[in-house]
Design a protein around this ligand. Structure first.
Ligand code: SAH
Length: 605
């Protein structure tokens, strides 16, 4: 075997604060050169390597050991404290090895600056306080370039982290005060962060020197200065409800998706998408190690085709990270009907183009493409005509508002009339019409359909007219949702209301879609439930333990079984009351409440 040289960041101290990769290297090393007092020697317990403490060696001697051992074909580890990149004196070692043409690898470590932050439980970058941490040192034996002198760096008002400076706290404080920072600025010193004998000293610029002296700290310590130590300030916009980024953006596609990929680059992109949209990733066995074990679904023996075919009816959407041609050929044989086919989206291996391939409106593929594009930072490629005009197609409108299209044959007629600029009438509640169509000049809201092509939402109880083939009216009906709800005794009505709203929103629907609330008989008297049903004018139904236990559900609950003798309340009740075999939204937990959603079977579908 040929030799190797690896620079490893040992972390700040504690033997379990090293990376797994670094520890493995140590365990298999033949030679270890480690940096004296700041590396915990327990890291090398059990290693049979020849060990050299670099504290007693000069640069040439260290280099000689590295090079000789490498030439002898040995596995060499150069172990540095914290992370090698901070004051590790690795730069000259890299340069010397480069000059000799000897390859090496570097494994990072937890720097003492971050171990100190952990000990202090501080965030260096708090919004409104400081968005910058300066990692530096006071000038000592090694001079600091003039432009980086402590006075000028401190003047920024940023969080300051000082390595190698605890020996002269007076000097540090004097320079920071001279920069204009006020004496009440919080300051702290962490001695041997991460070790068993870690010590923390907190104070202000005014009293830091005295406190450090009292504690007897002179070395192996990190000085941190800045207002962040007091944790004042604003909330990070990361937690702001209105702040949306790649992973926090609300998903638009309401159903369950599956992701397929064929190549290693594709699988890596698929795993990234999966984490963003919360979906399983189907891959060949040889790639399963690239995906978290909770998400990965290896193809059965038949490979990709078999896996895709058998998944076709089990998911609402597919994200295919591969060439569009492959997907088109596969789908050609599986497609049946616009109203029932799943959404299919194709993405390239970089996630740059995310194409809504099949089921753009009704299937939700346009929305799924947008979800995926927002995870990858790519562009959703939509080709459905009315999206190009910036006007929401009626089938997309229906899908987004949890409505069904009763006569999909008429969609084309309405869409082309709309695109030609002809007048279209809508029989819709005012607010719905306003939020989607009030800006389209040729769309009008009317009380009843007349001569013009029209879109009519039938409210519950309204009978579905006899539909004929030349129909110029497109009929929509709200999908009928059943809420299954379980709750703790005396659960709060507000918490319940909130959990239900988020479940409904997730399904793309609203209370208008809810036809029934179902629960266990035992819970029928719970106030939160009765209030909810009354407030929204929805019927509340209970089921006996026996009835509920006869239904098999995705998430049976241990707790409900112990306290009520029921395996599942929310999921079982939703399934029973809807007569459906699949849940639209599986059990969602709120504070003391669980909510599941199913769709009632329709006879006229
Ligand atoms: N590469 C190392 C730093 C080496 S310079 C790292 O990333 O942590 C040595 C200086 O690091 C010390 O003077 C001290 O300021 C700081 N230091 C190293 N280990 C420390 C620890 N466990 N606690 C506090 N400071 C430490």
């Amino acid at each position: 075997m040929s030799g190797s040289i690896t620079f490893v960041g040992a972390g700040p101290g504690a033997a379990d604060l090293i990376t797994i990769r670094g520890k493995r290297k140590i365990d298999s090393a033949d030679v270890i050169v480690y940096a004296g007092s700041l590396v915990d020697e327990r890291l090398m317990d059990g290693s049979r390597a020849e060990k050299y403490n670099s504290a007693s060696l000069n640069f040439e001697e260290i280099l000689e050991i590295l090079v000789r051992s490498w030439r002898e074909g040995k596995q060499v580890v150069r172990l540095h404290t914290g992370d090698p990149a901070m004051y590790g004196a690795v730069g000259e070692q890299y340069r010397a090895l480069d000059a000799l043409g000897i390859p090496y690898e570097v494994i990072p470590g937890v720097s003492s600056v971050f171990a100190a932050a952990a000990a202090l439980k501080v965030e260096f970058t708090m919004p409104g306080v400081s968005q910058t941490a300066i990692l530096t040192r006071d000038s000592g034996r090694t001079p600091v370039p003039e432009k980086e002198n402590l006075e000028s760096l401190a003047a920024h008002g940023s969080t300051l982290c000082l390595f190698l400076s605890a020996g002269d706290p007076e000097g540090v404080v004097r320079k920071v005060l001279a920069s204009g920072r006020p004496p009440e600025t919080p300051a702290a010193v962490v001695y041997r962060a991460g070790w068993e004998n870690q010590k923390i000293v907190r104070g202000t610029l005014a009293d830091l020197v005295e406190r450090v002296r009292e504690a007897g700290i002179r070395r192996q310590a990190m000085i941190v200065i800045g207002d962040v130590l007091e944790r004042p300030g604003e909330m990070s916009s990361l937690y702001d409800r209105n702040f949306e980024h790649g992973y926090r953006r609300r998903k638009q596609f309401p159903g369950h998706s599956a992701i397929f990929a064929l190549t290693s680059a594709g699988v890596l992109k698929a795993a990234e998408i999966a984490a963003g949209i919360d979906a399983p990733v189907f891959v060949a066995e040889k790639y399963r190690h690239l995906v978290a074990s909770d998400r990965v679904v290896p193809y059965p023996d038949g490979g990709f085709r078999e896996a895709f075919r058998s998944a076709w009816n089990n998911y609402d959407g597919f994200v295919m990270v591969m060439a569009a041609g492959i997907v088109t050929r596969e789908c050609a044989e599986l497609c049946r009907k616009k109203t029932t086919d799943p959404a299919v989206v194709v993405a390239d291996e970089l996630g740059r183009h995310v194409i809504s391939l099949l089921g753009g409106h009704l299937g939700g593929a346009n929305r799924l493409a947008e979800d995926v594009a927002s995870v990858t930072g790519g562009e959703a490629v939509l080709t459905t005509a009315s999206d190009l005009q910036g006007m929401l197609a009626v089938d997309e409108f229906a899908a987004r508002n949890a409505m069904r299209v009763l006569n999909p044959e008429t969609i084309v007629r309405i869409s082309s009339a709309a695109l030609e600029g002809r007048r279209i009438d809508f029989v819709l509640p005012e607010s719905l019409f306003r939020s989607f169509y009030s800006k389209v000049p040729n769309f009008h809201r009317v009380a009843a359909p007349g001569e013009n092509p029209a879109v009519v939402l039938l409210e519950s109880g309204e009978t579905v007219p006899a539909l004929h083939s030349g129909e110029t009216v497109l009929y929509l009906k709200r999908r009928r949702f059943v809420l299954g709800i379980g709750c703790r005794k005396n659960a709060s009505p507000e918490d319940l209301e909130q959990t239900v709203s988020s479940v409904l929103e997730h399904a793309g629907g609203s209370w208008e879609n809810v036809v029934r609330i179902a629960t266990a008989d035992l819970k029928l008297e719970e106030r939160a439930l009765r209030d909810l049903a009354a407030r929204h004018g929805v019927r509340l139904t209970g089921y006996s333990a026996e009835e509920l236990n006869a239904v098999s559900v995705p998430h049976p609950s241990e707790a409900a079984w112990k306290s009520l003798g029921i395996h599942s309340v929310s999921e079982a009740a939703a399934l029973l009351a809807s007569g459906s075999r699949k849940l639209l939204i599986e059990k969602t937990k709120g504070n003391g409440v669980t909510v599941a959603l199913a769709e009632e079977k329709e006879n006229d579908q």
